[in-house]
Ligand binder design. Sequence first.
Ligand SMILES: *Cc1c(COP(=O)(O)O)cnc(C)c1O
Length: 471
Amino acid sequence: MAPPSDLTTLADLPRLLAQVAGDSRRLRESPRDRRVGCEVDPAKIRRLLARRYDFTAPMAADALIADVARMLGDWTVDVTHPRYFGHFNPSVRPISVVADTLVALYNPQLAAWSHAPAANEIERHLVAFFAERIGFDPSAAEGHFTSGGQEANHTAVIAALVRRFPELPDRGLRSLPGQPTLYLSEEGHGSFEKIAVATGLGRAALRTIPTDERFRLDPSALQRAIEADRRAGHLPLLVVATAGTTASGAIDPLPELAAIARREELQLHVDAAWGGGALLSRSQRGALAGIEHADTVTWDAHKWLSVPMGAGMVFCRHAGVFERAFASAAGYMPGHRQGTVEPHASSLQWSRRFIGLKVFMALAEAGAEGIERLIDHQTAMGNLLRERLRDADFELMNDTPLPLVCFTHPRLAEPGRVAKRVAQAGKVWLSAVSLPRGGQALRACITSYRTEPSDLDVLVAEVVRELPERD
Ligand SMILES: *Cc1c(COP(=O)(O)O)cnc(C)c1O
């Protein structure tokens, strides 16, 4: 085929998008006919890229689309598969794929309110909706979209520093009379290690607190750690509670931690990156009771709300903190409009992508009750999986209302090996996990709203098949 004499234009876009649909096996095939896992030698991918993509000759758009769709299809773990029981990577709802396409097409720049009034007001409207679900007063709280939970947690730590030390944005950490300290459970998210580095607090600021038998942060151990730090002259700053830990879905005891934070005059952050989804279900939101006492909350729409990455959110119960942290008067930015908040001067990002549209369209299409049904379905599948596992003589290792099950079996010695062999067989993807106090288990999270009871049967059968024979 002759190379194109010219580049594709917007007029070609409908045809190109139709070709994306035609070339993508994601759209042509039933998901259950596809492998979930992916095993590939990096050398194979590199050889193809070296051969076809030295970028010397232009490539026709149709050939390029077909090639990329094939690479992504063949060499990606299919996290959108109904039998992907892995990390918090959901199946994405088609309406949110349309949303991301619209975002790319219009390319609104959200950094300055006046450049993207529609997009900025849509995000503001959503932030108020989710803030209310947390139990915050939306008129007194603030929030914004982030790339994900990492950025949301990072923003929350900066907010805690700024609230406690108002001079800090100007004078920096070296002006403080001691070391601010952060408390999270041993099961808390690893992002806080990077945040400790990025904020200049250093990992020495982190206190990892032991968990109880349900892998929840132990409040009395927290109390002791705070007292020890005060005696040592440190500056206890922030309690990080996790609502839905990554390994086992544990929800830290939020009311107790809120009481300690209040009494000790520490701030409280709740990392509900995945577990926040439960707040949209009337029957499940009680599991997160106490979250309304948090000063800040992290909640990722790209975890349990089934939209594509990255769509994190950070909320603060006290409006104005983010502006105090991130204010910047750049002479080249468009003028400010009364009654609006400038995103670039109240968040870590500068240029901002329209992250919220996929959440907006997903929520609007289904309605709040439609989203609730998806959340409740996944929770029901988690409960059913527990039943099926018990019936097959597995032992459950965790205890959470969220749809995440850690399990073992008397004949299961090496969960990591079994998870790998199951993935190689291609019908199911699940992970192995280390739990506190040396526990090793298999871990299955219901991440797809399309998972059905028959998928759970396949999961159990695949694991049973890989168990060593009885001796
Ligand atoms: C996923 C997750 C994060 C990190 O969020 P990203 O969106 O991956 O940046 C932080 N905390 C918890 C509890 C998570 O599950």
